[in-house]
Design a protein. Structure first.
Length: 162
């Protein structure tokens, strides 16, 4: 069993895919986090009810305020492929102010120790709902939701932590 990442830990080095207007592009965690202040929030899945109705829309609504507090990048991650993340971004009117990070094989999710096994519900391995603030690749705040919860990882809670 992987241990859950803690405040003070470094984001693991690996390559993932992002959804961009020109299609999927490879990106490394070093590119995303090194030398930057980043808000990373993760959802169990694109197009799922709470994720589409509340979680992502909250960050779309508050991204300007979050960046005004010194955040360089806001990243939305899900265990979905980059095509799904791109379609979801279009559906949710996400512009380039939020990076849509596809953790298709749950590699980063597992490395963070934040996986959620929803196989019994037909959804396979997913990410827990969480948000973190990362400064130069080091976790400074970690907000993990209780199962079924939507409180500590919402955009307003991240704004308050900044």
């Amino acid at each position: 069993m992987t241990q859950t990442i803690q405040v003070g830990d470094t984001i693991p080095a690996m390559k993932l895919m992002t959804a961009t207007p020109s299609g999927p592009q490879e990106v490394s965690t070093e590119e995303l986090f090194k030398g930057k202040k980043v808000v990373l929030f993760a959802v169990p899945g694109a197009y799922t009810p709470t994720c589409s109705a509340k979680h992502l829309p909250g960050f779309v609504q508050h991204v300007g305020e979050i960046k005004a507090k010194g955040v360089d990048t806001v990243v939305c991650m899900a265990v979905n492929d980059p095509f799904v993340m791109g379609a979801w971004a279009n559906d949710q009117n996400v512009d380039s102010s939020i990076v849509m990070l596809a953790d298709g094989s749950a590699a980063l999710t597992k490395a963070l120790g934040l996986e959620l096994d929803l196989t019994a519900r037909g959804l396979g391995l997913r990410s827990q709902r969480f948000a973190m603030i990362v400064d130069d690749s080091k976790v400074t705040h970690l907000m993990i939701e209780a199962p079924g919860g939507f409180d500590v990882s919402r955009a307003e809670a991240v704004l308050a932590a900044l």
